[in-house]
Write a protein that binds this ligand. Structure first.
Ligand SMILES: C[S@@+](CC[C@H](N)C(=O)[O-])C[C@H]1O[C@@H](n2cnc3c(N)ncnc32)[C@H](O)[C@@H]1O
Ligand SMILES: Nc1nc2[nH]cc(C(=O)O)c2c(=O)[nH]1
Ligand code: SF4
Ligand SMILES: [Mg+2]
Length: 240
């Protein structure tokens, strides 16, 4: 079965979460079951780029990765949209592994796929109140439980923070899943700003504010606090 792909890019650095800084290629799938108010990738689901969606066989995606990244990469990140909507990603992972490539996944944890167990670096990013979305804890419990029993690689949680309610949500997530490493990420509420320098300064200030808040939390002890590294470097630019 073909995979709806909206962009393939890289090599670049992973700008977020558990493998931040790692050289990687990106495959971004189209379609999401959420509609987060602050989503920085709305083009994957809001219909504005539906003509750019390509239905691709897993082998064609592999070819595209080689055309763009030649033999210069050893890691591929699958993001979206929500790739977790697509059972057919299974074949893509097998092909990537056959090419000795490690595979990362970005998903919000609203849907389970059996192929999650084959992922090397799996990021679950449940959405805090500011997103306007509601977490289905039954599904998230099931995913985390299933991964604990049988996963090839590592799993982490990443919560984007925009306000104090979001921080409270992250505390709750950390208490519910204390054994899963937790990353807090600065929320970018200026997703249309095109002045890169002003954006970097603004987000740096947000980063410092978030650090200050986390330092005084009695619950968030074993956590990592990160910015989106790619926005510091390249602003709101696409495909980097
Ligand atoms: C675009 S999403 C795609 C994967 C999946 N739908 C998800 O949300 O995890 C990739 C990551 O970007 C984060 N993200 C989206 N918009 C953001 C924003 N405005 N500021 C900071 N992080 C954002 C998401 O929370 C997620 O961790
Ligand atoms: N460099 C870079 N790092 C990223 N980490 C997560 C991304 C995403 O949109 O899923 C992303 C992205 O779009 N670019
Ligand atoms: S779940 Fe991810 S892709 Fe979907 S709307 Fe939220 S941030 Fe965007
Ligand atoms: Mg992004």
């Amino acid at each position: 079965m073909k995979i709806p792909v909206i962009e393939v890019f890289g090599p670049t650095i992973q700008g977020e979460g558990m493998v931040i800084g790692r050289k990687t290629m990106f495959v971004r799938t189209a379609g999401c079951d959420y509609s987060c108010s602050w989503c920085d990738s709305k083009f994957t689901w809001d219909g504005t780029e539906k003509h750019h969606i390509q239905m691709m066989e897993a082998e064609e995606i592999m070819q595209d990765l080689r055309e763009k990244g030649a033999d210069q990469f050893g890691h591929v990140t699958i993001s979206g949209g929500n790739p977790g909507l697509l059972p057919q990603i299974d074949q893509l992972i097998d092909i990537l592994h056959d090419h000795d490539l490690e595979v990362a996944l970005e998903t919000q944890g609203s849907r389970w796929q059996t192929w999650f167990t084959k992922i090397d670096d799996l990021t679950l990013s449940p959405k805090p109140p500011s997103s306007g979305m509601k977490t289905n804890y039954q599904t998230l419990d099931f995913i985390i439980d299933s991964l604990k029993q049988k996963q090839r690689g590592k799993c982490s949680l990443k919560v984007v923070i925009f306000n104090e309610d979001d921080l409270g949500y992250a505390e709750n997530i950390h208490q519910r899943y204390p054994d899963v490493s937790l990353y807090l990420q600065v929320g970018n509420d200026e997703i249309t700003m095109d002045n890169d320098q002003a954006l970097s300064l603004y987000l740096l200030q947000k980063y410092e504010e978030l650090i200050d808040q986390v330092m005084v939390s009695t619950i968030l002890k074993d956590v990592r606090v990160l910015p989106q590294l790619h926005t510091f470097l390249w602003g709101n630019k696409r495909g980097v």
